[in-house]
Design a protein around this ligand. Structure first.
Ligand code: 5RP
Length: 264
């Protein structure tokens, strides 16, 4: 890995802890105005100081993030399908030239292992890695899970390993039972995906387990920005990820920050 690639990766996965708290706000690229992101700028700006990186599309980056913000960008460069159609039918939608112009730290796309358009998404990953290697831009592969697919260690382990073998520099996947097997079979850093909004303590427990079982951080969206207290939640997640806080300790932090904010 050359210096530029390593430097960009270190902007996302912080060398001080070897971990990251990424904020995922790319939902609109296939599901439109997701709850909490109808007007992205207002949701994003209070969270930026606590995010190690933002994962988003060029459209939201251009329109809704202050160019003066000191936050690394992981740019989603895949798309082409919507929730109304077959989700795996994605292609690369944003060029590497554009990613460089936007000064991103990394690019990302989804792979759909076992889905109808599996090959198309795996070839896209490979092509993106070829370009990333040329320009020193790391590639994050997201192991998207189709509607009928099991989120178990066998399936997620397969998807993560394929992503790493095709050259992804880091991988995002869901937490599951025997998660350490998924981490163990993946030779590149792995960040835990969030998923649908769940209770704060539950999300902190999941994050804690993932970190203790070897994840290099989390990349969460709805669990943070759909919380009643998003800035409190992201700070609680940071405590788990960067300070090894126990879930209950982090939940206490969440409650005290949330209480302070609402004047309770
Ligand atoms: C889609 C993604 C999105 O970034 C992800 O869905 C957003 O995060 P969350 O599910 O935590 O709201 O990777 O495959």
């Amino acid at each position: 890995m050359d210096w530029g690639m390593r430097n960009r990766l270190a902007r996302v996965i912080k060398p001080q802890t070897g971990r990251t708290v990424m904020l995922a706000i790319d939902h609109g690229y296939f599901q439109g105005p997701t709850t909490g992101l109808e007007q992205p700028a207002g949701t994003i700006s209070p969270l930026v100081p606590y995010a190690d990186a933002l994962m988003l599309t060029r459209g939201v980056l251009r329109t809704s993030v202050d160019p003066g913000a000191d936050v690394p960008i992981v740019l989603r460069v895949s798309g082409g399908s919507s929730i109304l159609k077959e989700l795996s039918n994605e292609d690369i939608t944003t060029s590497m030239e554009e990613a460089i112009r936007l000064n991103v730290a990394a690019v990302t796309l989804s792979i759909f292992v076992g889905a109808e358009h599996e090959k198309q998404t795996l070839v896209s990953l490979s092509k993106l890695v070829n370009e990333g290697e040329r320009y020193g831009i790391p590639v994050l592969a997201v192991t998207a899970v189709g509607r009928e697919m099991a989120r178990d260690a066998r399936y997620l382990g397969l998807a993560c390993r394929i992503a790493a073998e095709l050259g992804a520099h880091f991988v995002k996947t869901y937490y599951c039972e025997d998660f350490e097997q998924v981490v163990g079979g993946c030779p590149v850093p792995l960040v835990m995906a969030g998923g649908k909004k769940i209770e704060e303590l539950e999300a902190l427990k999941l994050s804690y387990n993932a970190i203790q079982e070897g994840a290099s951080g989390v990349d969460m969206g709805r669990t943070i920005f759909q919380s009643e207290h998003p800035t409190a939640m992201i700070q609680a997640v940071r405590a788990v990820v960067h300070e090894n806080a126990k879930p209950e300790e982090a939940f206490d932090l969440f409650n005290s920050l949330a209480g302070a904010k609402s004047g309770v």
